[in-house]
Write a protein that binds this ligand. Sequence first.
Ligand SMILES: [Zn+2]
Length: 418
Amino acid sequence: MRSQCRVLGIVSLVVLIVFLGNANAVNITFTYEGIGSGTLGGSSFSDAAFTITGMGDTVNRSSFDFGTSKGFSIDDNSASIAISGLGTFNFVTPTRTFVNNTYYGVGFSRAESVGGTDLFYSPSAYAYGTWDMLSSIGPISGTGRLLQWTPTPAYGPVNTNAGVLVFNDAFPPATFQATIGSAPIGNIPAETIWGFRWYDDGMIFAYRYGLSFQNDQLIVDLPIKLTGDDPGDALRNQWKQGIEGIWGNRYEIVDGPFTYPLLFKVDWVDSNYDYIVTVRNATGRPDMLDWYTTVKGWGNNYQDEAAAHEAGHMLGLYDEYPGGTLNPDTNFTTTNALMADLGPVQERYYQDILAWLEGETNRDLSLAQASVPPYPFDPPIQGFYDDPPPGAVPEPTTMLLLGSGLLGLWGARRKFKK
Ligand SMILES: [Zn+2]
């Protein structure tokens, strides 16, 4: 098996690539599931469930035929692997999926351009004897095979965005499926989104959060370190539930026939945080990085709405009430909206997040009302206001910080009142 696979790569590379380039572009998603042990970036894992997702296009299908063995292959436009307990990572080494009609086999391999050496055989099945990669197939389960991940002089390492991935040779339980045409979005590894917002004649505030797409849902990560006074479990949970519920329950993402929930995740952490919030056992108006055990003027029924409002700033949003930290281009104000008077979240609040996912997938996406029950709001407060987001600094200082690479700005209180 091993030598034959390499022959497949070499022969087809030299002579037998046939592009059927007249077909319409139709996306095809290859999904492999298995269990394996190995190393990623030098760290070992064992008996971890994994899912490889390859995104290809049938217009790139090529065929091979060298007498005793014939079939087709499609190079992936992108491919990722989700490994249980580790996360999701993109393949940097080009990859593909092939079907060997003669041997009733399907497999995941390095692409032609890097030698074509095979990496993972899905369970064989008679259905693969006639599969031409222009239709959906599977899921088909059975015994698979992991092979040839350890680099040799004949074939190089398999690189991911988290380093070299090596699976030990094994024959694990495995499943393969190919979905043609419109397929749901595959897993996208976590990415940190950050930037600055201008306001008030050269003032600026910084924002930072994580985005990823996992298991058919968009995940927005806000890891926050709470410092200062202890708010207690009840208030901590009210903040967390407010942010997650108000932001996550209102809309879902529409992608043709598919819809995906938006999952907001607030984690109280001590390291790897995007924000440090100082908790004050006092009565006060919150700002992005200073939260109070009593919300001045409104009372603690509004702790969840107020935390969700501050989370809006953490996502890079301006205030929408007169006297707030307004978008200096529009000075937009309104009512009955989270960034104005603690009303509901608005579609426009999600435009950066949606744009990120559209950019990652080349798809046109939109929002629709979520099918889950709405978050139980307290009535909006006319005239809610908080302080400007701290982390706000006059322009020259920020440019200096940027120039020095000192982006540990988050958490530092740099507040300048008007
Ligand atoms: Zn605000």
